[in-house]
Write a protein that binds this ligand. Structure first.
Ligand SMILES: Cc1ncc(COP(=O)(O)O)c(C=O)c1O
Length: 379
């Protein structure tokens, strides 16, 4: 199943708490001070680029972010650092997560000598829960989905006096999600020596996966702030069964999509977009595509069993989703309008972010061990 929405953005997000914080915070110095910090690699995939008739495909590989296998460490660590700078009198940090953000918060809390409690939805893979516990977090699995886990975490913080560090904003709770987004910016600033020079980016199109939208919005804000109208085309990718951003574009306001929330792309399995993210997303997105899980599986296979001499990349379900969206756009007749929007040429430079590694190793193995990947190409 696939869907899409084309949008004409104004490239000018209305000022709000989120844009105010993004304007004023640069987390780079803090991240560079962390033990084990180094910029994650940006991998050139010429074999894949040739297959799709484009000039370059670049993959920023966040699976190599510290030992935490996802970009989320940048956001949680910067939020915890900023909160503790204002008030050190905090005993316990708390959040809801589909895995990566909770693992990152548990790590950041333990580094600061604090406790952490992490609410996870009912479908969370055991390996992802173990990873939170290995970082010292107390994981609490609930009956409900991600949005319900967010409600429970907020409620527990009110009741027990814990500090909520959530990556999705809600009314009256905008600053901390914005600090998390400010932390995410480091991954795009790291690309400045290679792909993001002053004036014009060496990237024409960026495919960005969206859950609550904070990751994509941080990228869009970065591009708008640095390049204005010279920013790359931005295509967002969501699971078909949890396409809250696409549904919100269609409705003209933030809505919960009327879908099953059954998808293996756990990091993207969210309902309503975060308000702080939505304000930026609607100002700087050219198209949204939503895809079913088999596209994510194909992209995981394509990265792990690469074309030509490309180096193999370990990408989890949500990590591979940006590339999966691109593959769907290139292969599926229904997505022709998005394909036309891309105007892909042998000169085009396309950027993806592998936002996570094999954070559910059992599922990763079962997908990538298939010897005949069901890859379908239109050329
Ligand atoms: C691996 C991965 N990729 C992408 C995302 C999407 O980020 P956001 O929820 O900010 O849209 C997440 C969120 O958990 C994630 O874990």
């Amino acid at each position: 199943m696939i869907d899409y929405f084309l949008h004409t953005p104004d490239n000018n997000p209305a000022p709000d708490t989120t844009t105010h914080i993004l304007n004023r915070h640069n987390a780079g110095q803090f991240h560079r001070s962390l033990p084990g910090y180094r910029p994650t690699p940006c991998i050139n995939l010429p074999g894949l680029a040739e297959k799709y008739g484009t000039g370059h495909i670049f993959l920023k590989d966040e699976s190599k972010r510290f030992h935490l296998e996802a970009f989320k460490a940048l956001g949680a660590s910067y939020a915890v650092h900023s909160i503790l700078k204002q008030c050190n009198n905090i005993d316990t940090f708390c959040t809801a997560t589909d895995g990566n953000h909770g693992r990152a918060l548990a790590w950041a809390s333990a580094r600061a000598g604090k406790k952490s409690v992490v609410f996870v939805p009912h479908h969370t893979a055991p390996a992802r829960i173990r990873a939170i516990e290995q970082e010292g977090g107390k994981a609490i699995k609930i009956e409900g989905n991600y949005d319900e886990a967010c409600d429970l975490a907020a409620e527990a913080c009110r009741k027990d006096g814990w500090q909520l560090v959530q990556d999705a904003a809600r009314d009256g709770y905008e600053e901390i999600p914005a600090l998390i987004m400010a932390g995410y910016l480091t991954q795009f600033r790291e690309l400045e020596p290679e792909l993001h020079p002053p004036g014009k980016p060496d990237v024409d199109i960026a495919f960005l996966q969206a859950g609550v939208g904070s990751f994509a919005a941080s990228a869009i804000w970065y591009y708008l702030d640095r390049y204005g109208p010279n920013r790359p085309k931005i295509i967002l990718v969501e699971p078909f069964e949890a396409d809250g951003v696409l549904a919100s574009f269609r409705a003209g306001e933030r809505v919960v999509p009327d879908k099953s929330f059954k998808t293996m792309m756990a990091g993207l399995n969210c309902g309503i977009p975060s308000p702080g993210a939505w304000n930026i997303i609607r100002s700087g997105t050219d198209a949204v595509v939503s895809i079913s899980d088999h596209f994510a599986a194909e992209a995981m296979q394509a990265l792990y069993h690469p074309a030509g001499t490309d180096q193999p990349v370990t990408a989890g379900e949500s990590g591979a989703a940006g590339l999966a969206g691109f593959m769907a756009v290139m292969e599926e007749e229904k997505l022709k309008p998005v394909r036309e929007l891309l105007r892909l040429s042998p000169e085009s430079r396309v950027l993806f972010v592998n936002t996570e590694g094999a954070t559910d190793p059992d599922n990763f193995r079962s997908i990538t061990s298939k010897t005949t990947p069901p890859l379908r190409h239109n050329q």
